[in-house]
Write a protein that binds this ligand. Sequence first.
Ligand code: T4K
Length: 396
Amino acid sequence: MTGGGGAVRTKRTRDDLAYFGGTPGFAEDIRVGTPNVPAKDRYLELVSEAIDRRWLSNLGPLVRRFEELTARRTLRRHNTAMNNATTALQVAMKACGVTGEVIMPSFTFVATAHAMSWIGLTPVFCDIDPVTGTLDPRSVAKAVNSRTGAVLGVHLWGNLCDLAGLDDVARGAGVPLVLDAAQAFGCRPLRPGPTGTAEVFSFHATKVLNCFEGGLVATDSAEVHARVRSLHNFGFDEAMEVAGPGTNAKMNESSAAMGIASIERLDETLKAYRAIHLRYEEGLRDVPGVTLMAGPEGQTHNHQYVVVQVDPAVAGLHRDRLCDILGAENIHAKRYFAPGCHRMPPYRADTVHTPVDLSATGTLTERVLALPTGLAVSPGDVDRICDVIAAAVRYG
Ligand code: T4K
């Protein structure tokens, strides 16, 4: 928990804000992405067993156990644990035989685009739904052409993308639908429907479930699964013969120990995230121009990110100024995600990446701000953060 700040104040004056010369509200930094460590002793016990066993990597028993435990959450037949989601995305694409262009949102963490270009695929950026921030199938339909090799949807902030809409477009184009679910462990549709060919999760330190670093490819296809298993382990097949080229994307036993210890407590963790989200909702309800982004209906949600949209015309200040005011109070928010990938140096020069209008992306990249959440954030912390935001809008 973060200390400092004194008692909750419902109305700060301008002089209370550090940005204008007051005293910072939090004695210690409070930041987006502070890792969850819900079961340190259990992790130490499991990692100690692995050390005694002298089996530390190469598909060990803890990795196998972790893969089994993830099945309850991914609801997929086959799960392969990996070293991170960036390489897992690459392995998934190779396993699906994708070549050419990959249609994806620009509004995502840059790893989505980099993972593709690093293996010789061309990211093609499409626009998003302005409410959920996820890939808009109508925009995707406009970008499909003979070079399209896959559609890559991103479950942004845990918001599941329009699976039915994207599945329709991908089927029409005769290409696989792959899902970047790096931010969506614990998020599932409530009703059955299309699930894509493969889905990739991240267990980076900043994620709701963390393995220090980690990733997962989940699929219902036995063929894709067999290729994933081989590709992530130097191209070895079941008989440990080299079936083709492969990489080293294996998860190690220490990461799996952290994953097991954390997944055993995942229900409690998700409950805490939901409570924090509701508290922000309450605390920001009456702050003009600062709107908590809502997830779509019809899914379970991990509430891993608390994201607000700052409308400068109503709030009277820009998102960047709000971010600076919070920073002066030792509250470290993140611009998740700005700028859009299409504005970044590797992608902005070549128009092949931007065949369609990206105006919804342009608006959200200018307005969104992720606020601290997770097991290290207390209800009192949330109250104080909301209090600073309200004061910033009043005086900023
Ligand atoms: N696709 C999507 C849609 C993704 O969001 C990501 C990753 C990927 C693919 C790729 O997954 P991985 O290959 O990483 O498995 C962070 C994470 O590093 C990244 O994993 C994540 N998305 C992204 C959304 O957030 P940055 O550049 O924001 O990291 P950084 O260093 O600024 O840290 C974020 C915050 O967390 C800071 O406030 C500091 C805090 N932090 C971080 C670490 C690592 C801690 O307090 N302790 C820590 O140990 O990317």
